[in-house]
Design a protein. Structure first.
Length: 202
């Protein structure tokens, strides 16, 4: 039984997704089975019992917790984590001065501690913000340091990706493929000219 599981249970109760007695029973079962064969973590146990869906369990694991524990990005209200990957977590957020929806990526200290990566992240963020709004490019609104961590504020990535189009159409026609390839090549050329390292091309 880990501290992370207790925090997971607290988040379930805060969201009022399950009654306290149900959560308490599952916690008691976890304590009794801790260290035994097939030691299933709390989130998997709740999914197995069909008390949570896999998507709900994942959402709670990504949750940043109580408001006071969320990243304190200047001028931003961080609402909830929406994705976790090798570069840290992306958070659905709100810009306080105009109530504008934004996304904030938080790069955690272990990665941000690399001096070369830190310099590149900050330089790329400033260069991307200077580009402004461009078709096919998520607009960056700001980048900075948050203690030992790093952050980047951007507009929400609401457009369709090439993968989305494939899922909808199953197969793309030649004209669409050529258009997508041309758009990607144009953006890559722009980033290369500005010496900006790119992330995913979607």
């Amino acid at each position: 039984m880990t501290g992370e599981e207790f925090l997971f249970a607290r988040r379930i109760l805060r969201r009022k997704w399950l009654p306290r007695d149900v959560v308490d029973r599952c916690l008691s079962e976890r304590r009794s089975k801790a260290g035994r064969e097939r030691d299933v973590p709390l989130w998997d146990l709740l999914v197995e019992r069909k008390l949570l869906t896999p998507a709900q369990a994942r959402q709670i694991q990504l949750d940043t917790g109580d408001a006071e524990a969320r990243p304190a990005v200047p001028g931003i209200e961080v609402l909830e984590a929406i994705e976790q990957d090798a570069l840290g977590a992306r958070h659905r957020s709100r810009r306080l001065k105009d109530n504008r929806p934004v996304e904030v990526r938080i790069v955690p200290p272990p990665l941000a501690a690399n001096a070369a990566y830190r310099r590149r992240f900050l330089a790329d963020g400033a260069a991307l913000a200077a580009l402004g709004a461009r078709p096919g490019l998520v607009r960056v609104l700001g980048t900075g340091e948050l203690g030992e961590a790093l952050y980047r504020i951007s507009e929400p990535a609401d457009g369709q990706t090439a993968a989305d189009l494939l899922l909808e159409a199953d197969m793309l026609d030649e004209g669409t493929c050529l258009t997508l390839a041309a758009q990607a090549a144009e953006l890559l050329a722009l980033l290369q000219a500005k010496r900006i390292s790119h992330g995913g091309i979607e």
